[in-house]
Design a protein around this ligand. Structure first.
Ligand code: ADP
Ligand code: MG
Length: 235
């Protein structure tokens, strides 16, 4: 039956993901092995030593953020839903980025006219917002603006995250949600962020729309059906 099939598909997907993760962690480990071998050979020449150490640092960072992401991903399934204040969740995630926002000269605005509490998993929403906002911040090395908008329209929760950052190259558009797809340098990106966003949104029966222009900015629109109670009120 359909349920069984979904379960099987999920197991295949998890297996592929595990294989991908093993592969992705092996890469930085390989770099560490090579560089420490070079360190051993090299007769204390400061410049090459520092270069090797830089490679080792960024590889360790990459491996450890892949592992962090795997851990958060493994916690994703079966998040329990509560009545939550979406605006507060968004504000909290923005605050987590306050230091970098100040440092990089980024302006952030939030518009949210939702008064009622929504039946949602806090953890899922945090994963989604954290990844969208940190991508927006990382896309704006020379400052810019992030606009976040959250509303309920026609029974859907609609969250828009728009930035004036570097934009996404047309040729990468089909890949951005794939696990491990990243355009960021070694140690900076894991390519798991949007995959996690996609998995979370899909789990809630929602949709993601992206529009982007290279050099101008990117806009992610997430639409999630709001849950209703017996009197057909949105809850
Ligand atoms: P990571 O951030 O680790 O690279 P993600 O899955 O979060 O991985 O994003 C995948 C890729 O999508 C990024 O490497 C980047 O090329 C592109 N991307 C995502 N969000 C944005 C954005 N707001 N602006 C520009 N590019 C983006
Ligand atoms: Mg990311």
């Amino acid at each position: 039956n359909r349920n069984q099939m979904l379960q099987t598909n999920k197991m295949i997907a998890v297996g592929q993901l595990a294989a991908g993760m093993a592969h992705e962690i092996r890469n930085p480990l390989g770099i560490i092995r090579t560089q420490s071998y070079l360190l051993r050979l090299n007769e204390n020449q400061e410049e090459t030593t520092n270069k090797s150490l830089d490679f080792i640092d960024s590889s360790v960072n990459r491996a450890s953020s892949i592992i962090d992401n795997i851990l958060s991903f493994s916690r994703l399934t079966g998040n329990k839903k509560d009545f939550v204040n979406l605006k507060e969740i968004i504000q909290k995630i923005i605050e987590m980025h306050n230091d970098i926002i100040k440092k990089e000269n980024i302006r952030v605005s939030l518009e949210c006219s939702i008064d009622e509490k929504l039946k949602l998993s806090t953890e899922s929403m945090e994963h989604i917002l954290l990844n969208l906002i940190s991508n927006a911040v990382e896309a704006m090395e020379h400052g810019g603006e992030i606009k976040i908008n959250a509303n309920v329209e026609e029974g859907n929760i609609i969250i828009v995250c728009e930035d004036t950052g570097c934009g996404i190259d047309e040729k990468n558009m089909n890949n951005i949600f794939n696990p491990f797809f990243t355009t960021k340098e070694l140690g900076k990106g894991t390519g798991l962020g949007l995959f996690i966003v996609y998995s979370e949104v899909e789990k809630m029966g929602g949709k993601i729309h992206v529009s982007s222009k290279l050099g101008e900015g990117t806009k992610f629109t997430i639409t999630i059906p709001a849950e209703r109670n017996n009197d057909d009120r949105i809850i």
